[in-house]
Design a binder for this molecule. Structure first.
Ligand SMILES: Nc1nc2c(ncn2[C@@H]2O[C@@H]3COP(=O)(O)O[C@H]4[C@@H](O)[C@H](n5cnc6c(=O)[nH]c(N)nc65)O[C@@H]4COP(=O)(O)O[C@H]3[C@H]2O)c(=O)[nH]1
Length: 747
């Protein structure tokens, strides 16, 4: 035990024997904390080994009697002296103060100073203790930095800024390291540098884009293998063999790269640390790298999700083209700049010809493939200043954003688009010839508002369709007149609905063997105040087009059910009213609720209602049609396929639908007995339908010869002018209650 300490202890009159002193000294010297005692003048009376080591001393004698002014700059020494003087003067301890160690920027100490008292309680100096809390402090800083980083991610700060903060945070935890974050390119072939705040500019330029693959440096390999890669000596590591030129002139000798992964484990990029020392990261640093890669993953994934959400909000999922909404925005902007610059703008509306046929015959996947191909072809052909967007199933809109694009140039481009779309395309191994119909409208000639411009281009496209498809039409004033008429017609129909101008006629369906009326088909008419009775063929297409068919169809259902209820008392058991259903009623999913409401309003049983559904309705959206048909069939409503033979569905397909009846289209019946093919086809349809357990009704029966043929072929039910034209309910009542015997003698 050094004399000085013994003297101190003796001076403190601590009654201790020699053994205890040695034991005490050994213990104090084992402690990693710093312990010292000073007299009233700040001279060291004692210090343990930790203090000596920290000051670069080996013997206590080198310290005793000296003050902090002998070891530290006077400014720092004055600070210590002030604290100690305070403790001595007040007699109050100064406990648990956290301070940076003298002369250090990153070493933290927790200091405590207490008055040193003699056995009489007099203060004769100060005892100091301090503990190195650098690790704890760094841990706290790391936690704070993580919290801040997550806040930055959450508040949408730019990704490179977030990553740069992350790298600085890790760099702050170890000496002489510099970090980088690289992100995997969309095609998965490359890593691109996103952030590296401390790497040399020179080096950053060289690693802006590096390939991913086996033996592609530390990062390229880590991204390839989805595993950490620790290269301790770049100069001699085989992974860097082909990349040594990158580190020429910079002092990076080790590079440790860790994959940044998404929550699903996919590689999003890499987090790398460079060190001038040929070494591997220690356990603590490895842990930090793991945290950093995880945080970087959160930041990148979050940003990707945001970008995806943003993309989906503005783009069509299938083709990746701008969607209706973003197209509207760019069109408004393009129109505004054309107006400002006093230039023109041409807009084309494109609709594929026979797209539905592709979907129906080759399936939706092939339809989707075709749309993607078309989108790519259009993008390939249009010039850089033009925009193409997909605004509906097979509808595309194209316009030039550059002010001043003159009409002849624009028309030339649109023609090129048409040719590109018409190039042969192979779907499901089948080579197809596609075509499209296009309509063009221009600002300022045809319209000055975006919506009108679109509507006019649409009208021109319809004109192209009507004149044989596969063509391009420029909007004209006659088309404007047609559009105007269409709008006026819709408005007129809306008014007619309000003013109850629609009425129903009913056409009987006869079981020719029993000569009984088994049901009636409800057919709508429009009693126009000035034009008389208008046929549905004239207004149903417009009602379908405008969507008014949903309201009209609801009215028809309700009215037909009510009328059927009135006839039930006189009618044959199993008597049914059949009602035509339009595709729009299915598409807008209103049909099930409408049927329920009509039945309950009329007090009619579902068994007395039949819905006529066309093949084309079913094929427009097969899964939806099957879903709704199942719901309706489950209610007990009978479903029949109307106009059978005019669509594309095969008899075999009928097995998949919950239908119980087939109506053979009148176009087949009309050709009987003139056309042998129609007869053969009709008879085949009847045979197969019967084998499937379906009832068959022949529509449009006008002659005895047709009746004879149908009877021989096994078709029992007929509907047509031969039995009766569609009639107002009052006239039809006579058929039903048997008060007229006008039914022709069929058998
Ligand atoms: N040449 C000939 N024609 C005959 C004969 N027997 C009946 N017809 C006509 O054939 C059409 C049969 O109706 P549809 O095929 O469902 O065809 C209907 C149907 O698709 C649609 N329609 C009628 N009412 C409604 C309705 O309430 N809702 C819906 N969505 N469509 C309806 O309008 C179409 C035409 O209806 P209508 O003009 O009433 O024409 C009726 C009917 O008058 C005949 O022996 N020879």
């Amino acid at each position: 035990m050094p004399n000085q300490l013994r003297q101190v202890i003796q001076s403190l009159q601590l009654s201790a024997d020699q053994g205890r002193h040695e034991w005490l000294e050994a213990m104090i010297n084992q402690i990693p904390d710093y312990i010292y005692a000073k007299d009233l003048e700040g001279r060291f009376l004692f210090a343990n080994d930790a203090v000596l080591r920290d000051n670069g001393l080996t013997e206590l004698d080198q310290l005793l009697g000296k003050t902090d002014f002998d070891f530290h700059p006077s400014e720092a020494a004055l600070k210590i002296a002030a604290v100690e003087r305070q403790v001595i003067e007040t007699g109050k301890p100064d406990l648990g103060i956290e301070e940076l160690a003298l002369g250090s920027e990153d070493r933290w100490l927790m200091m405590s100073r207490l008055p040193l008292r003699d056995m009489h309680g007099r203060t004769i100096g100060v005892v100091g203790m301090s503990r190195d809390i650098t690790d704890r402090k760094k841990g706290e800083q790391l936690m704070q930095a993580q919290a801040r980083l997550l806040e930055l991610v959450a508040t949408g700060v730019a990704l490179d800024q977030v990553l740069s903060e992350l790298i600085l945070m890790i760099e702050g935890q170890a000496d002489e390291i510099a970090g980088s974050v690289m992100m995997k390119s969309e095609d998965g072939q490359y890593l691109t540098l996103v952030s590296a705040p401390s790497l040399s500019e020179f080096y950053k330029q060289r690693i802006r884009r590096v390939p991913i693959g086996p033996e592609m440096g530390s990062c390229g390999t880590a991204a390839w293998t989805n595993a950490s890669v620790t290269v301790m000596d770049i100069a001699h590591d085989p992974l860097w063999r082909n990349y040594l030129h990158l580190v020429e002139g910079v002092n990076y000798n080790a590079c440790w790269s860790t994959p940044i992964r998404s929550s699903r484990g996919d590689v999003l990029g890499t987090f790398a640390l460079y060190s001038p020392h040929r070494s591997a990261p220690n356990g603590k640093l490895n842990e930090l790298i793991g945290i950093a890669a995880h945080l970087a993953g959160i930041a990148i994934e979050r940003r990707k999700t945001e970008e995806r959400v943003q993309f989906l909000a503005t783009h069509d999922r299938l083709t990746g083209l701008p969607n209706r909404h973003s197209l509207d925005v760019s069109l408004e902007a393009a129109l505004a700049s054309a107006k400002q610059a006093g230039t023109s703008l041409a807009l084309a509306f494109l609709d594929l010809d026979n797209f539905k046929l592709v979907n129906d015959t080759l399936g939706h996947a092939a339809g989707d493939e075709l749309l993607k191909t078309v989108a790519k072809r259009i993008e390939r052909v249009i010039n850089r200043d033009s925009v193409v967007g997909r605004i509906g199933g097979d509808e595309f809109v194209i316009f030039s954003k550059a002010p001043g694009a003159d009409l002849p140039n624009a028309m030339e481009m649109f023609e090129a688009v048409r040719s590109a779309v018409a190039e042969p395309v192979t779907l499901n191994g089948m080579a197809l010839e596609m075509s499209c119909s296009m309509g063009v409208a221009t600002y300022p000639q045809h319209a000055s508002e975006a919506a009108t411009l679109l509507a006019h281009a649409d009208a021109a496209m319809y004109q192209a369709k009507e004149t044989g498809r596969d063509s391009l039409k420029l909007f004209s004033s006659e088309m404007a007149e047609k559009t105007r008429q269409k709008l006026a017609g819709t408005e007129d129909m809306r008014r007619a609905l309000r003013e109850n101008e629609f009425l129903l006629h009913f056409q009987p369906q006869l079981n020719q063997r029993s000569a009984k009326i088994v049901g009636v088909e409800a057919l709508v008419r429009w009693q126009y105040p000035t034009r008389g009775l208008i046929s549905p063929a004239e207004f149903i297409p417009l009602a379908e087009d405008s969507g008014l068919i949903v309201l009209l169809g609801r009215w028809v259902l309700r009215e037909a059910c009510r009328q059927c209820r009135r006839w039930l008392a006189d009618a044959e058991p199993g008597f049914r009213v059949s009602v035509n259903v339009s595709a729009r009623q299915f598409k807008e999913r209103t049909i099930v609720a409408d049927v329920e409401a009509a039945l309950s309003d009329a007090g009619l049983s579902p068994q007395n209602l039949e819905l006529e559904i066309t093949e084309s309705l079913i094929m427009q959206d097969l899964p939806l049609a099957i879903e709704l048909m199942n719901e309706l069939a489950a209610m007990g409503v009978t479903l029949s396929i109307d106009d059978f033979g005019t669509g594309y569905s095969s008899l075999a397909a009928l097995k998949r639908f919950p239908v119980s009846k087939l109506k053979i289209d009148k176009s087949f019946i009309a050709d009987i007995p003139r056309d042998a093919d129609s007869m053969a086809l009709t008879s085949a349809i009847i045979t197969i339908a019967r084998s499937l357990g379906l009832q068959i009704v022949a529509e449009g029966v006008e002659t005895e010869a047709q009746v004879k043929f149908l009877l021989e072929s096994g078709c029992d039910h007929i509907q047509g002018y031969l039995v009766s034209r569609p009639l107002p309910p009052a006239e039809l009542s006579m058929f039903i209650n048997g008060s007229t015997s006008d039914i022709p003698p069929l058998n």
